[in-house]
Design a protein around this ligand. Structure first.
Ligand code: TMP
Ligand code: ASP
Length: 245
């Protein structure tokens, strides 16, 4: 497979065209940003770790019947993916209150939600990825009603699957962000990545509110040992996958 031009460089990944218009190559970077890129840094090995974790999770999800953009991973920090048009939505699923939910509602950190909360944010860095209402989403024609319903259904299905998977890793899935895209047949596919950059993951047996954090909050909140946490998550994922197969 020859790799052609760089199509897009985001904060965590670079997308390249390939000789097949239906296939792109995603290159996962070590660069880390937070708070809409106001905080910048680098997490050594993050590209390789997030690519490996995402590859494993996409394969597990595919096996459970969820359609994703994942094809394969030709090298440790590269993923071949189906070309999709990404919907400009960040879909956040929350099981436990944390982050912006606590900041914006006053709900106490760690409160277990009675049922998962699915939220849509407008993927737009200039506007700071604002939280959308469903009426605003439709007004702005960011997706159709049918797509919103399908995404909500898929997001809850993915949450059910991932909660159990992370449980097997001794990790509690607090919340996470998903992105979806449409392929050339207008089929809805799960896209982007699922990693410690895009999930809040707490070590289940640890009660200390800082020590339990195994995700990008270590970087966002300067908690230290960021690389160790990412590496720990990868080890647990690989172990869980090995035990299963
Ligand atoms: P939040 O509490 O800051 O709204 O984040 C909710 C979840 O979404 C959390 O798991 C981190 C993830 N997330 C991203 O993946 N990208 C982002 O730009 C933001 C703000 C959050
Ligand atoms: N990915 C986002 C950014 O850089 C925010 C975050 O993950 O906290 O700006």
């Amino acid at each position: 497979m020859s790799v052609y031009s760089k199509l897009y460089e985001g904060k965590a990944k670079i997308l390249y065209a390939t000789d097949d218009p239906e296939i792109l190559l995603a290159d996962f970077k070590d660069d880390a940003t937070a708070f809409n890129a106001q905080k910048r840094g680098s997490i050594l090995g993050k590209g390789r770790i997030n690519c490996s974790i995402s590859s494993q999770l996409f394969q597990q999800l595919e096996a459970s019947g969820i359609k994703t953009h994942y094809i394969d991973s030709p090298s440790p920090n590269q993923m071949r993916v189906k070309a999709v048009k990404i919907l400009p939505l960040e879909v956040v699923i929350r099981n436990i209150a944390a982050g912006s939910l606590c900041q914006q509602t006053g709900i106490e950190l760690g409160t277990v939600l009675k049922q998962p909360l699915v939220e849509f944010y407008y993927k737009n860095d200039q506007l700071g990825d604002p939280l959308l209402t469903s009426d605003r989403l439709l007004l702005m024609e960011l997706a159709t009603v049918e797509q919103v319903n399908a995404i909500t259904h898929l997001a809850l299905q993915i949450n059910d699957f991932l909660k159990v998977f992370w449980q097997r890793c001794g990790i509690t899935l607090v919340d996470f962000k998903l992105e979806f895209g449409l392929d050339s047949q207008q089929q809805l596919l799960l896209a982007d990545e699922i990693s410690p950059d895009t999930c809040r993951l707490w070590n289940t047996t640890e009660t200390d509110p800082n020590r339990r954090v195994l995700d990008k909050d270590r970087f966002r909140r300067d908690l230290g040992n960021v690389e160790d946490a990412y590496q720990e998550v990868l080890q647990r994922v690989l172990q869980a996958v090995e035990i299963k197969s």
